[in-house]
Design a protein around this ligand. Structure first.
Ligand code: SME
Length: 158
């Protein structure tokens, strides 16, 4: 996907964020927009730190195959690693990453970008693709900006 399409989509999502009544609504709309606009984004979802159990991620709004991984401890999976380190993780071939927790047999690559609020990780945006190495530098920048948009919303509007 060319950078211009990413920036057009981001522009739309900024408008969605400015009108969203809640962070749930923003995340819900975002997962649908991303999944319908980007053919290689085959599973798009949020995992948020459970405030009652901060060592655990809890599945939030998502689009794609249902997953058994509704709660993921911070020391498990690519999702746990991204939240624990606070760094984006890109996996070009999930079969070769021992951390990988399978959601769908069709998944080949994955990106997880943390969401920060006031310097703390509060959750993450997780995207799986049926294509190998679907997340290059342009996709990474785009996904990080989507995650940052949710972080900004949470920081300013709760
Ligand atoms: N693959 C993730 C688990 C989440 S599902 O893919 C939706 C992981 O390894 O943490």
């Amino acid at each position: 996907m060319p950078a211009v399409a990413h920036s057009a989509l981001l522009f739309d999502l900024e408008i969605v964020a400015s009108h969203a009544a809640s962070s749930q609504e923003l995340m819900q709309t975002m997962v649908h927009r991303l999944a319908e606009s980007l053919p290689v984004f085959n599973w798009v979802g949020f995992y948020m730190i459970d405030p009652a159990e901060p060592s655990m991620l809890q599945l939030g709004p998502f689009v794609g195959a249902p997953t058994e991984h509704v709660r993921i401890p911070l020391d498990k999976g690519i999702c746990g690693a991204a939240a624990a380190t606070g760094k984006t993780i890109v996996v070009d071939d999930v079969q070769s990453d021992p951390r990988y927790l399978a959601c769908s047999l069709e998944t080949r690559s994955e990106i997880v970008a943390p969401i920060y609020v006031r310097g703390k990780v509060v959750g993450e945006l997780d995207i799986d693709s049926h294509s190998r190495a679907a997340f290059g530098p342009a996709e990474r920048e785009f996904v990080e900006r989507c995650a940052a948009l949710v972080g900004q919303y949470l920081e300013t509007r709760g």
